[in-house]
Write a protein that binds this ligand. Structure first.
Ligand code: ADP
Ligand code: MG
Length: 266
Protein backbone atom coordinates (compact mmCIF):
# COMPACT_ATOMS: atom_id res chain seq x y z
CA UNK A 1 0.00 0.00 0.00
CA UNK A 2 1.44 3.29 -1.00
CA UNK A 3 0.12 6.14 1.11
CA UNK A 4 2.28 8.78 -0.44
CA UNK A 5 1.61 8.47 -4.16
CA UNK A 6 -0.93 11.07 -5.27
CA UNK A 7 -2.05 9.20 -8.36
CA UNK A 8 -2.21 5.43 -8.19
CA UNK A 9 -3.32 3.37 -11.17
CA UNK A 10 -3.92 -0.23 -10.11
CA UNK A 11 -4.16 -3.07 -12.60
CA UNK A 12 -6.35 -0.92 -14.86
CA UNK A 13 -8.40 -2.61 -17.56
CA UNK A 14 -10.25 -0.38 -20.03
CA UNK A 15 -12.47 -1.19 -23.00
CA UNK A 16 -13.51 1.14 -25.80
CA UNK A 17 -16.61 0.16 -27.71
CA UNK A 18 -16.30 -3.38 -26.45
CA UNK A 19 -12.63 -3.72 -27.38
CA UNK A 20 -10.18 -4.27 -24.53
CA UNK A 21 -7.40 -1.65 -24.83
CA UNK A 22 -5.77 -1.42 -21.40
CA UNK A 23 -4.94 -4.84 -20.02
CA UNK A 24 -3.65 -4.41 -16.49
CA UNK A 25 -1.75 -1.13 -16.31
CA UNK A 26 -0.23 -0.03 -13.01
CA UNK A 27 1.52 3.29 -12.34
CA UNK A 28 2.15 5.64 -9.42
CA UNK A 29 2.89 9.35 -9.71
CA UNK A 30 3.78 11.56 -6.75
CA UNK A 31 3.89 15.33 -6.58
CA UNK A 32 7.37 16.55 -7.45
CA UNK A 33 7.96 13.67 -9.89
CA UNK A 34 8.12 13.81 -13.66
CA UNK A 35 7.21 10.55 -15.39
CA UNK A 36 7.46 9.87 -19.10
CA UNK A 37 5.15 7.26 -20.60
CA UNK A 38 6.36 6.17 -24.00
CA UNK A 39 5.03 3.69 -26.49
CA UNK A 40 4.29 3.10 -30.15
CA UNK A 41 1.08 4.32 -31.76
CA UNK A 42 -1.92 2.26 -30.75
CA UNK A 43 -0.39 0.99 -27.50
CA UNK A 44 -3.12 2.71 -25.47
CA UNK A 45 -1.46 5.91 -24.24
CA UNK A 46 -4.37 8.23 -25.08
CA UNK A 47 -6.78 5.62 -23.73
CA UNK A 48 -5.01 5.89 -20.37
CA UNK A 49 -5.03 9.72 -20.46
CA UNK A 50 -8.72 9.90 -21.36
CA UNK A 51 -9.65 7.28 -18.76
CA UNK A 52 -7.76 9.18 -16.06
CA UNK A 53 -9.84 12.26 -16.84
CA UNK A 54 -13.10 10.29 -16.86
CA UNK A 55 -14.03 10.39 -20.53
CA UNK A 56 -17.40 8.56 -20.72
CA UNK A 57 -16.47 6.48 -23.77
CA UNK A 58 -13.76 4.64 -21.88
CA UNK A 59 -15.17 1.82 -19.81
CA UNK A 60 -13.15 0.67 -16.81
CA UNK A 61 -13.61 -3.10 -16.73
CA UNK A 62 -11.13 -3.83 -13.94
CA UNK A 63 -8.69 -2.26 -11.50
CA UNK A 64 -8.88 1.17 -9.91
CA UNK A 65 -7.64 4.75 -10.10
CA UNK A 66 -6.87 6.39 -6.76
CA UNK A 67 -6.22 10.08 -6.32
CA UNK A 68 -5.00 11.21 -2.89
CA UNK A 69 -5.95 7.84 -1.50
CA UNK A 70 -9.50 7.60 -2.82
CA UNK A 71 -10.99 6.01 -5.90
CA UNK A 72 -12.04 8.57 -8.48
CA UNK A 73 -13.80 6.11 -10.78
CA UNK A 74 -17.18 7.48 -9.72
CA UNK A 75 -16.22 11.12 -10.34
CA UNK A 76 -17.08 13.11 -13.47
CA UNK A 77 -14.33 14.95 -15.32
CA UNK A 78 -15.11 18.31 -13.72
CA UNK A 79 -14.89 16.85 -10.22
CA UNK A 80 -11.53 15.27 -11.11
CA UNK A 81 -10.35 18.66 -12.33
CA UNK A 82 -11.46 20.38 -9.13
CA UNK A 83 -9.68 17.68 -7.14
CA UNK A 84 -6.44 18.71 -8.87
CA UNK A 85 -6.01 16.54 -11.97
CA UNK A 86 -5.30 18.15 -15.31
CA UNK A 87 -5.15 16.72 -18.81
CA UNK A 88 -3.59 18.54 -21.75
CA UNK A 89 -5.27 17.07 -24.80
CA UNK A 90 -3.55 15.55 -27.80
CA UNK A 91 -6.14 17.24 -30.03
CA UNK A 92 -7.53 20.38 -28.32
CA UNK A 93 -10.95 21.44 -29.61
CA UNK A 94 -11.79 24.85 -31.05
CA UNK A 95 -14.57 26.93 -29.47
CA UNK A 96 -15.41 29.79 -31.83
CA UNK A 97 -17.10 32.64 -29.95
CA UNK A 98 -15.29 31.99 -26.68
CA UNK A 99 -12.05 33.90 -26.19
CA UNK A 100 -8.99 32.36 -24.57
CA UNK A 101 -9.38 34.87 -21.75
CA UNK A 102 -13.06 34.06 -21.10
CA UNK A 103 -12.43 30.36 -21.29
CA UNK A 104 -9.57 30.53 -18.80
CA UNK A 105 -11.53 32.70 -16.39
CA UNK A 106 -14.46 30.29 -16.45
CA UNK A 107 -12.16 27.30 -16.02
CA UNK A 108 -10.31 28.96 -13.16
CA UNK A 109 -13.49 29.91 -11.32
CA UNK A 110 -14.83 26.38 -11.74
CA UNK A 111 -11.57 24.93 -10.43
CA UNK A 112 -11.45 27.27 -7.43
CA UNK A 113 -15.09 26.92 -6.42
CA UNK A 114 -15.85 23.99 -4.18
CA UNK A 115 -19.26 23.00 -5.48
CA UNK A 116 -21.79 23.42 -2.71
CA UNK A 117 -25.24 22.13 -3.54
CA UNK A 118 -28.07 24.55 -3.06
CA UNK A 119 -31.66 23.44 -2.52
CA UNK A 120 -32.80 24.54 -6.00
CA UNK A 121 -29.78 22.94 -7.66
CA UNK A 122 -28.23 26.25 -8.72
CA UNK A 123 -24.64 27.21 -8.03
CA UNK A 124 -24.26 29.22 -4.84
CA UNK A 125 -23.69 32.93 -5.40
CA UNK A 126 -20.01 33.75 -5.54
CA UNK A 127 -17.88 36.36 -7.15
CA UNK A 128 -15.00 34.27 -8.46
CA UNK A 129 -11.62 35.80 -9.12
CA UNK A 130 -11.69 39.60 -9.50
CA UNK A 131 -11.23 40.80 -13.11
CA UNK A 132 -8.15 42.83 -12.26
CA UNK A 133 -6.54 39.95 -10.40
CA UNK A 134 -7.39 37.59 -13.25
CA UNK A 135 -5.84 39.87 -15.88
CA UNK A 136 -2.64 40.18 -13.85
CA UNK A 137 -2.44 36.40 -13.45
CA UNK A 138 -3.10 35.85 -17.15
CA UNK A 139 -0.48 38.42 -18.18
CA UNK A 140 2.09 36.86 -15.87
CA UNK A 141 1.55 33.35 -17.23
CA UNK A 142 1.43 34.46 -20.86
CA UNK A 143 4.77 36.18 -20.38
CA UNK A 144 6.16 32.94 -18.95
CA UNK A 145 5.07 31.10 -22.11
CA UNK A 146 6.21 33.96 -24.37
CA UNK A 147 2.69 34.50 -25.72
CA UNK A 148 1.63 37.84 -27.15
CA UNK A 149 -1.06 39.56 -25.05
CA UNK A 150 -3.37 39.92 -28.05
CA UNK A 151 -3.64 36.12 -28.02
CA UNK A 152 -6.00 36.26 -25.01
CA UNK A 153 -8.68 37.90 -27.16
CA UNK A 154 -8.68 35.28 -29.90
CA UNK A 155 -11.32 32.55 -30.01
CA UNK A 156 -10.14 29.38 -28.29
CA UNK A 157 -8.09 27.21 -30.66
CA UNK A 158 -9.96 28.72 -33.63
CA UNK A 159 -7.44 28.76 -36.48
CA UNK A 160 -4.58 28.22 -34.03
CA UNK A 161 -1.41 26.56 -35.29
CA UNK A 162 -0.37 23.30 -33.64
CA UNK A 163 2.15 25.18 -31.51
CA UNK A 164 -0.41 27.81 -30.45
CA UNK A 165 -2.87 25.10 -29.38
CA UNK A 166 -0.29 23.33 -27.26
CA UNK A 167 0.89 26.58 -25.75
CA UNK A 168 -2.72 27.36 -24.83
CA UNK A 169 -2.98 23.98 -23.11
CA UNK A 170 0.10 24.76 -21.05
CA UNK A 171 -1.26 28.24 -20.29
CA UNK A 172 -4.43 26.61 -18.98
CA UNK A 173 -2.35 24.24 -16.88
CA UNK A 174 -0.33 27.17 -15.47
CA UNK A 175 -3.50 29.06 -14.54
CA UNK A 176 -5.30 26.07 -12.99
CA UNK A 177 -2.33 24.92 -10.89
CA UNK A 178 -3.14 21.20 -10.85
CA UNK A 179 -1.41 18.77 -8.51
CA UNK A 180 -1.01 16.11 -11.16
CA UNK A 181 -0.83 17.06 -14.84
CA UNK A 182 -1.09 14.57 -17.68
CA UNK A 183 0.18 15.71 -21.05
CA UNK A 184 -0.87 13.57 -23.98
CA UNK A 185 1.60 14.03 -26.84
CA UNK A 186 1.92 17.72 -26.15
CA UNK A 187 4.99 17.51 -28.36
CA UNK A 188 3.39 16.19 -31.53
CA UNK A 189 3.14 18.72 -34.32
CA UNK A 190 5.50 21.20 -32.67
CA UNK A 191 8.50 22.72 -34.37
CA UNK A 192 11.67 22.97 -32.32
CA UNK A 193 11.04 26.56 -31.16
CA UNK A 194 7.51 25.79 -29.99
CA UNK A 195 8.72 22.55 -28.38
CA UNK A 196 11.33 24.50 -26.45
CA UNK A 197 8.84 27.11 -25.26
CA UNK A 198 6.29 24.49 -24.19
CA UNK A 199 8.99 22.52 -22.40
CA UNK A 200 10.34 25.62 -20.67
CA UNK A 201 6.79 26.36 -19.52
CA UNK A 202 6.41 22.86 -18.10
CA UNK A 203 9.82 23.05 -16.45
CA UNK A 204 8.96 26.43 -14.92
CA UNK A 205 5.74 24.97 -13.48
CA UNK A 206 7.18 21.71 -12.22
CA UNK A 207 8.37 21.52 -8.64
CA UNK A 208 7.45 19.90 -5.34
CA UNK A 209 3.76 20.78 -5.74
CA UNK A 210 3.26 19.28 -9.18
CA UNK A 211 3.52 15.76 -10.53
CA UNK A 212 3.70 15.40 -14.31
CA UNK A 213 2.98 12.47 -16.60
CA UNK A 214 4.39 13.25 -20.05
CA UNK A 215 2.93 10.88 -22.62
CA UNK A 216 4.88 10.71 -25.83
CA UNK A 217 5.68 8.64 -28.84
CA UNK A 218 8.97 10.46 -29.41
CA UNK A 219 12.08 10.77 -27.30
CA UNK A 220 12.57 14.33 -28.58
CA UNK A 221 10.61 16.22 -25.88
CA UNK A 222 12.69 14.43 -23.24
CA UNK A 223 15.71 16.42 -24.39
CA UNK A 224 13.93 19.41 -22.84
CA UNK A 225 11.79 17.94 -20.06
CA UNK A 226 13.90 15.68 -17.88
CA UNK A 227 11.86 12.81 -16.45
CA UNK A 228 12.76 11.05 -13.21
CA UNK A 229 11.07 7.88 -14.43
CA UNK A 230 10.46 6.42 -17.87
CA UNK A 231 7.85 3.75 -18.61
CA UNK A 232 7.35 1.88 -21.84
CA UNK A 233 3.91 0.78 -22.84
CA UNK A 234 3.14 -2.03 -25.26
CA UNK A 235 -0.27 -3.45 -26.01
CA UNK A 236 -2.14 -1.96 -23.06
CA UNK A 237 0.44 -2.56 -20.34
CA UNK A 238 3.63 -1.04 -18.99
CA UNK A 239 6.25 -3.59 -19.94
CA UNK A 240 9.40 -1.78 -18.84
CA UNK A 241 10.18 0.99 -16.33
CA UNK A 242 13.45 2.71 -15.55
CA UNK A 243 15.24 6.02 -15.18
CA UNK A 244 16.03 8.67 -17.79
CA UNK A 245 18.57 6.37 -19.45
CA UNK A 246 15.70 4.22 -20.73
CA UNK A 247 14.52 7.06 -22.98
CA UNK A 248 17.98 7.27 -24.54
CA UNK A 249 18.05 3.52 -25.06
CA UNK A 250 14.69 3.72 -26.82
CA UNK A 251 15.99 6.49 -29.03
CA UNK A 252 18.95 4.44 -30.18
CA UNK A 253 17.29 1.01 -30.30
CA UNK A 254 13.62 1.74 -30.98
CA UNK A 255 10.72 -0.07 -29.38
CA UNK A 256 11.79 -3.41 -30.84
CA UNK A 257 14.21 -4.20 -28.05
CA UNK A 258 11.37 -3.87 -25.55
CA UNK A 259 9.24 -6.18 -27.68
CA UNK A 260 12.07 -8.67 -27.96
CA UNK A 261 12.77 -8.43 -24.22
CA UNK A 262 9.12 -9.12 -23.57
CA UNK A 263 9.17 -12.17 -25.83
CA UNK A 264 12.35 -13.65 -24.34
CA UNK A 265 11.06 -13.10 -20.81
CA UNK A 266 8.17 -15.44 -21.51
N1 ADP B 1 -12.54 6.41 -29.08
C1 ADP B 1 -12.12 5.26 -29.62
N2 ADP B 1 -12.94 4.49 -30.37
C2 ADP B 1 -12.51 3.33 -30.89
N3 ADP B 1 -11.28 2.83 -30.72
C3 ADP B 1 -10.42 3.54 -30.01
C4 ADP B 1 -10.79 4.79 -29.41
N4 ADP B 1 -9.74 5.26 -28.73
C5 ADP B 1 -8.77 4.36 -28.91
N5 ADP B 1 -9.16 3.33 -29.66
C6 ADP B 1 -8.35 2.18 -30.06
O1 ADP B 1 -7.55 1.85 -28.94
C7 ADP B 1 -6.23 1.49 -29.33
C8 ADP B 1 -5.24 2.36 -28.60
O2 ADP B 1 -5.38 3.69 -29.04
P1 ADP B 1 -4.76 4.92 -28.29
O3 ADP B 1 -5.09 4.86 -26.85
O4 ADP B 1 -5.18 6.16 -29.04
O5 ADP B 1 -3.20 4.65 -28.48
P2 ADP B 1 -1.96 5.66 -28.52
O6 ADP B 1 -2.39 6.94 -27.89
O7 ADP B 1 -0.90 4.92 -27.75
O8 ADP B 1 -1.59 5.81 -29.95
C9 ADP B 1 -6.18 1.64 -30.84
O9 ADP B 1 -6.35 0.35 -31.38
C10 ADP B 1 -7.36 2.52 -31.15
O10 ADP B 1 -7.88 2.22 -32.41
MG1 MG C 1 -2.38 8.98 -28.50
Amino acid sequence: MSQTADLVVQDLHVAVEGKQILKGLSLEVRKGEVHALMGPNGSGKSTLANTLMGHPRYEVTGGDILFKGESILGLESDARSRAGLFLAFQYPVAIPGVTVSNFLRTALNARLAPRVATTDGSMPARRGIAPKEFRALLREHMALLKMDESFALRYLNDGFSGGEKKRTEILQMAMLKPEIAIMDETDSGLDIDALRIVSEGVNALSGPDLGVLVITHYQRILDYIKPHFVHVMLDGRITLSGGPELALELESRGYDFVREGKESAR
